[in-house]
Design a protein around this ligand. Structure first.
Ligand SMILES: Nc1nc2c(ncn2[C@@H]2O[C@H](COP(=O)(O)OP(=O)(O)OP(=O)(O)O)[C@@H](O)[C@H]2O)c(=O)[nH]1
Ligand SMILES: [Mg+2]
Length: 396
C-alpha cells in the first residue's frame, strides 16, 4: 500500500500541471475551467536521504530509485476536477468527484497566487487568493456535512437493528475516511456536545464536520504560479499576515518543475527533482536559455520549484509519516539484496507496526527489533523515528 496524496482546488490553478510535473504524465492542461473531468492517479516520489552510504553499502531499491544518495520513494498522486463555490449544491461539476479523494491520506490545495483567475477559474486580474483558500475549506466541510447527515439518517432509521450509539452509524458512514467510533465520540464530546444528535443545531453539525475534516484530511496549501511577479507579491503579503500562520503554504511553480524535468529528459539540463539549482548542458536557443535563467532566479530564491517540497511537507509534516529501512544489524547484506526497501509508516509507528506492515507472519513472530545504527535491541512497542534502520528478529 502506498500513501495517497490528493490535489484539490478551483479550476485553472494548475492541479493537472502539478500532477504532470510530479508524475511525468501527460493529462490535459488548459487555461479554461474544467479541463479535467475524470480523475487521474499517477506515481510521484518523495525524497528520503538514503541510509545505505552510512553502512558503506550501495542500495538496490525494489521500487522507486536512488540518485546520488537520495531515495525517491513512490507515492500515489490523485488529480481531480476543479471545485467552485456552491459545488455542494451542484454548481460546476458538483462535488461528487470528491469521492475520488476519499482514499487520499492528505490533501494538497493548489491555489493560483497570481490572481489571474477568478473564483470559478475564469481569466481575470487582481483576484485575491485569500478568497480561494477560504472557500475550498468551506466546500470540503460541506462535503463532510453531507456524509454526516447520511450517517444521521442511518442512525434514525435504525439500520443497526437495536437501539445504537450515534458514533457507530457515523463511523460506518465515514468508513472511507478511516476514522473510528472512538475518534468521532471524542470529537463530539470535545466540542461540548452530548451524544444525542437531536440536541445538535445546524452549526453544531457543521462544527463536527469541520473537526472531522481537519483530522482526517490534513492539508497543505501550494502557492502556485510563483514564476509570476503578481504571485510573488501575494505570497509575501499572505505569509506575513498572522491570520495565515496556522496554514502551511509552500511556494511553487508547476511550470518550472515541468520545464526542468523535460529539459532533464531531453538531456539539456542536469536537474534532480527538488533541488534548488540545475546546470545547463546541451545546445539551446537564446529563448530557451533565457527561459531557464528566469527559472533559475525563482528556484534559487524559493529553494526549489516547490513541487517536491509540497508533497514531502504534506506527507512528513502534515501527516507525520516516517520512512523506515529494513536492515541487518551485522552489517551484511541479506539474501534479498542491500537496502532494497524503504517503507513509509504512519505517525507513531512502532517496531511491531513495522513488522506487521511488512507481513502478518513477521508481525506474529516478532521477538524484538535491533536498531542497526546503535546495535541496540528495541522492543515491539518502541516508537520508530524517521530514517531508522531496523532489523526485525522473529521466531520463524
Ligand atoms: N505561470 C504559470 N502558469 C501555470 C502554472 N501551472 C499551471 N499554469 C497554467 O494554468 C492553466 C491551468 O492549468 P491546469 O493544470 O489545467 O489547471 P487545473 O487546476 O488542472 O484546471 P482544471 O482541470 O480545469 O480544474 C494552464 O494554462 C497552465 O499552463 C505555473 O506554475 N505558472
Ligand atoms: Mg486539471
Amino acid at each position: 500500500m502506498s500513501y495517497r496524496i490528493g490535489l484539490v482546488g478551483k479550476p485553472s490553478v494548475g492541479k493537472s500541471t502539478f500532477f504532470n510535473a510530479a508524475t511525468m504524465n501527460d493529462v490535459p492542461e488548459g487555461a479554461y475551467p474544467f479541463t479535467t473531468i475524470d480523475p487521474s492517479i499517477g506515481e510521484a516520489y518523495i525524497r528520503v536521504t538514503c541510509a545505505a552510504p552510512e553502512f558503506e553499502e550501495t542500495c538496490t531499491p525494489s521500487v522507486g530509485f536512488c540518485d546520488d544518495g537520495t531515495r525517491f520513494v513512490p507515492v500515489k498522486l490523485i488529480d481531480v476536477a476543479g471545485l467552485i463555490p456552491g459545488a455542494h449544491e451542484g454548481k460546476g461539476l458538483g462535488n461528487q468527484f470528491l469521492t475520488d479523494l476519499n482514499e487520499a491520506d492528505v490533501l494538497v490545495h493548489v491555489v493560483d497566487f497570481s490572481g489571474e483567475t477568478d473564483i470559478e477559474g475564469e481569466p481575470t486580474e487582481g483576484h485575491d487568493p485569500r478568497e480561494d483558500i477560504a472557500f475550498l475549506e468551506e466546500e470540503l466541510d460541506q462535503w463532510y456535512l453531507d456524509i454526516l447527515e447520511k450517517g444521521l439518517e442511518r442512525y434514525r432509521s435504525g439500520y443497526h437493528g437495536t437501539e445504537g450509539d450515534v458514533e457507530v452509524d457515523l463511523a460506518t458512514q465515514m468508513d472511507a475516511f478511516r476514522t473510528s467510533e472512538e475518534e468521532i465520540k471524542q470529537v463530539i464530546l470535545a466540542l461540548g456536545l452530548d451524544l444525542d444528535p437531536d440536541s445538535w443545531s445546524e452549526d453544531d453539525k457543521l462544527e463536527i464536520a469541520r473537526e472531522l475534516r481537519t483530522r482526517t484530511k490534513p492539508m497543505v496549501v501550494v502557492a502556485n504560479k510563483m514564476d509570476t511577479p503578481a504571485a510573488q507579491e501575494n505570497y509575501a503579503d499572505i505569509t506575513s499576515d498572522p491570520a495565515y500562520d496556522h496554514l502551511t503554504i509552500v511556494p511553487a511553480s508547476a511550470h518550472a518543475e515541468k520545464a526542468l524535468k523535460e529539459g532533464a529528459e531531453a538531456g539539456v539540463v542536469d536537474y534532480q527533482a527538488g533541488e534548488d539549482g540545475f546546470s545547463v548542458e546541451g545546445d539551446l536557443s537564446d529563448d530557451q536559455r533565457k527561459g531557464l535563467e528566469r527559472i533559475r532566479g525563482f528556484v534559487s530564491e524559493y529553494g526549489g520549484t516547490g513541487v517536491q517540497q509540497a508533497l514531502e511537507t504534506a506527507l512528513f509534516d502534515e501527516l507525520g509519516a516516517l520512512a523506515v529501512f529494513p536492515g541487518s544489524a551485522n552489517g551484511r547484506a541479506d539474501t534479498q539484496g542491500v537496502f532494497r526497501d524503504c517503507f513509509i509508516l504512519p505517525e507513531g509507528a512502532t517496531t511491531e507496526d513495522f513488522a506487521y506492515h511488512i507481513h502478518s507472519d513477521i508481525g506474529d513472530g516478532l521477538l524484538h527489533g535491533i536498531d542497526c545504527r546503535s546495535g541496540r535491541q528495541i522492543g515491539g512497542d518502541h516508537e520508530l523515528d524517521h530514517r531508522d534502520v531496523v532489523e526485525l528478529v522473529t521466531t520463524g
